[in-house]
Design a binder for this molecule. Structure first.
Ligand code: FAD
Length: 422
């Protein structure tokens, strides 16, 4: 019998919310195995209510919970198994910290993102801009196959040879086509990395950003870096810079330009297991991070974008701006090879606020015009306009055809529904 948690159940408070939102679903169905997922979906469909799919519950768009609808929570499908050599199979409910810890003794790692609390299901169906991204590509670039329960309740395997069209769509717009119950990846043989943390005081945010952009774009591709900027009267930034490998001499050379940038107030670098890189709290979800984000991708941190980012931070409408490196191996993949089609940009720029949403949207607008597409996993909004920015026209046309074939009744309308038209 399916495990269904409804209001009044003592377990309900621990499953109703997600990280960025509170929710009050009518039922949370928790399959214990992939075999139970078709039954869970049939039950959810019979209710004729909104259906949310949840893996780790860390979705930025907050739609892995709802009000009055049904949630299918895949948290129990969290195994990490080695298949052979570098090939592993991972459940959608695993968290990236758990994945990294399980892969380390195997001498393997998969680049995911900075948060170890993020679930495999949400990230591996959209992209995965991680701290080894310039060296290894996106997380989805390592996906070799996925098992999916489609809208009609069938379980299908998608890979380059099985339903290649579905496999293409899953890698960037996965939430549109079904419920992924397992992911197979070819992991990388990079269990250890050199991780540096550098803090900067930023009297001149715009000038710093241009220099940061140049240093990053000219760094060897073993280097990936995420920069977190805080505004206010004395703006500052903290960077996490990762050299994907254990060659400490090469790492020292590669990291040196980052500590030669102006304003360094603290620095530290060490050889660490990659498993310690994704930060984790393992906290129960209570909607604790009630933040909204706006995001965009950019080729370069050019003077206009750097100045606009400085103005945004100075104005106070954003609590933080995060600038993640893309580029490198991410851009080796042809734009039409996966539904994630942004293969020429070098940076992902995301602003976050817990404050006034309208003021934040106004303050973000000047940056939006300087951006070239969005990575959907960093955007809170998911209206038609956002869908158009997440997928270039040719990609979107192909996704809409796929949607008609695999989900003609529009069961899966969460997370950037490609059917939405402006
Ligand atoms: C603190 C924080 C840090 C982050 N850092 C990064 C980062 O560095 N790099 C990066 O790339 N991303 C990052 N993200 C974004 C993250 O990748 C997405 O929010 C992702 O969707 C979260 O996955 P989840 O499984 O936890 O989400 P959930 O909330 O469980 O799911 C989000 C959505 O994904 C879809 N989905 C989930 N599971 C499945 C499934 N099994 N099959 C089909 N569709 C599914 C559903 O539509 C769901 O609404 C970060 C997010 C947070 C909150």
């Amino acid at each position: 019998m399916l495990d269904v948690i409804r209001p009044g159940d003592a377990r309900y408070p621990s499953v109703q919310h997600v990280y960025v939102a509170t929710g009050s679903p009518a039922a949370v169905i928790r399959p214990r195995s992939a075999a139970e997922v078709p039954e869970a979906l049939a039950l959810a469909r019979a209710k004729d209510q909104p259906i949310a799919i949840r893996s780790g519950g860390h979705g930025i768009s907050s739609i892995s919970t709802n009000t009055g609808g049904v949630v299918i929570d895949l948290g129990a499908l969290n195994t990490v198994e080695r298949l052979h050599d570098q090939h592993v199979r991972i459940g959608p409910g695993a968290r990236w910290s758990g994945v990294a810890r399980a892969l380390y003794p195997m001498g393997l790692a998969i680049s995911s993102g900075d948060s170890g609390d993020v679930g495999v299901g949400g990230l591996a169906t959209t992209g995965g801009i991680g701290l080894m991204g310039r060296a290894h590509g996106l997380t989805i670039d390592h996906l070799t196959a996925a098992e999916v329960v489609t809208a009609d309740g069938c379980t299908v395997r998608a890979s380059r040879s099985d339903h290649p069209d579905l496999f293409w769509g899953l890698r960037g717009a996965g939430a549109n086509f079904g419920i992924v119950t397992s992911f197979e990846f070819r992991a990388a043989p990079t269990p250890s990395v050199v991780q540096a943390t550098v803090a900067y005081a930023l009297p001149d945010v715009a000038g710093f950003l241009q220099r940061w952009g140049h240093v990053l774009e000219t760094a060897p591709r073993e280097v990936s870096a995420f920069l977190y900027l805080i505004g206010g009267p004395t703006p500052f930034a903290q960077a996490t810079v990762v050299f994907a490998g254990d060659d400490t001499a090469a790492a020292a050379d590669a990291l040196e330009p980052f500590v030669r940038l102006p304003g360094v107030v603290r620095q530290r670098a060490q050889l660490v297991p990659y498993a310690s890189v994704p930060l984790t709290t393992n906290a129960t979800h209570t909607g604790q991070q009630a933040a909204v984000t706006h995001t965009g991708l950019a080729d370069h941190l050019d003077p206009d974008l750097a100045r606009a980012t400085a103005v945004l931070l100075r104005g106070g409408a954003a609590d933080m701006v995060q600038i993640r490196s893309a580029g490198g191996a991410i851009n080796d993949v042809p734009a039409d090879a996966t539904a994630y089609a942004h293969r020429h940009q070098n940076f992902s720029v995301t602003a976050v606020t817990t404050g006034d949403r309208a003021a934040f949207a106004d303050a973000w607008r000047p940056l939006r015009t300087l951006m070239d597409g969005i990575y959907l996993s960093f955007e809170s909004d998911h209206q038609a306009d956002d869908v158009l920015r997440a997928f270039p026209a040719a990609t979107l046309a192909r996704l809409r055809e796929l949607k008609l074939r695999w989900d003609p009744d529009r069961v899966f309308t969460q997370n950037f529904d490609v059917s939405l038209k402006a």
